[in-house]
Design a protein around this ligand. Structure first.
Ligand SMILES: [Ca+2]
Ligand SMILES: [Ca+2]
Length: 271
């Protein structure tokens, strides 16, 4: 998916994110030994991964999310020197030694480019019907936040994309002629850089902010989840990030999705 049309908007995002970075600190940083979030845990008492909605644990090695209705993609501001690997073949990023003892995780590396660059991103979209995004409704099922294990050398920024903020030409409903908030997705980021140790981050939706806009986050119309890298999160210009066990937690469980996973044992391969 080409996203070159968003360059100007991403520059705006980057500038405003810089301003907001100091106060965007609502994410919780826990690990498997000190998780005290009680019922919002995305792991049960056996350490098994079981969020309300499983985006992906990468154990099946493919380029699709676990629901098998959408895919992972990456993108980069190539015009300003940014690059990301994997690029065309996402499965090349699915590599050994995942989080919490699992077999596989997603490993992305690259360069965020020059100072003018809006950077790079790894995105999971839930479903496409032709060229139209089909959203997932997390208003009651998965309504608390995004959970992800990560390690690496940048801050971790997660964004959720509402269909209303995706431009029409990309299958959303945001009219760039009349709405200057297209592309201004809601994001949350860690206070600190990732480390070499796998760490569980639970990022509550209440901490996701739309930099530069005033559109409220509507959890009923989420079309994709992204992890983005730019000069704000990766000051040193290169990144090396692993992510695993991406899920949406809180509220009721997506029973149909869990039931549809071909080998549920793979979903819990983290013990
Ligand atoms: Ca894994
Ligand atoms: Ca997968």
């Amino acid at each position: 998916m080409k996203k070159s049309g968003q360059i100007a908007n991403w520059i705006v995002v980057s500038l405003v994110v810089t301003v907001l970075a100091a106060c965007a600190s609502d994410q919780e940083n826990t690990d498997s030994d000190s998780n005290d979030n009680g019922e919002t845990d995305t792991t049960d008492t056996d350490g098994e991964w079981h969020p309300a909605y499983p985006v992906d644990n990468f154990e099946d090695g493919d380029d699709a999310i676990m629901e098998q209705t959408g895919d992972w993609i990456t993108y980069a501001d190539e015009e300003n020197g940014a690059s990301i690997s994997p690029a065309d073949d996402i499965t090349q990023g699915v590599q050994s030694d995942g989080a919490n003892g699992s077999n596989y995780a997603m490993h992305i590396t690259g360069d965020i480019g020059s100072g003018a660059s809006w950077g790079t991103g790894l995105e999971a979209f839930f479903e496409m019907d032709g060229d139209q995004f089909v959203p997932r409704d997390f208003a009651s099922m998965g309504n608390e936040g995004l959970s992800v294990w990560a390690k690496g050398n940048c801050k971790l920024r997660a964004c959720v994309n509402m269909r209303e903020l995706v431009p029409i030409e990309y299958g959303g409903t945001c009219d760039e002629e009349t709405n200057d908030e297209c592309w201004l997705f809601h994001c949350n980021e860690t206070d600190d850089q990732l480390t070499e140790e796998w760490t569980l981050f639970e990022m509550p939706f209440s901490g996701f902010e739309q930099a530069g806009g005033s559109t409220a986050l509507d959890l009923s119309t989420i079309v994709s989840i992204q992890f983005t890298q730019d000069s704000e999160t990766c000051g040193e210009n290169t990144f090396d990030i692993w992510i695993d066990n991406v899920g949406v937690y809180g509220g009721d469980e997506w029973v149909d999705v869990w039931d549809g996973i071909e080998n549920p044992a793979d979903a819990g391969a983290d013990e």
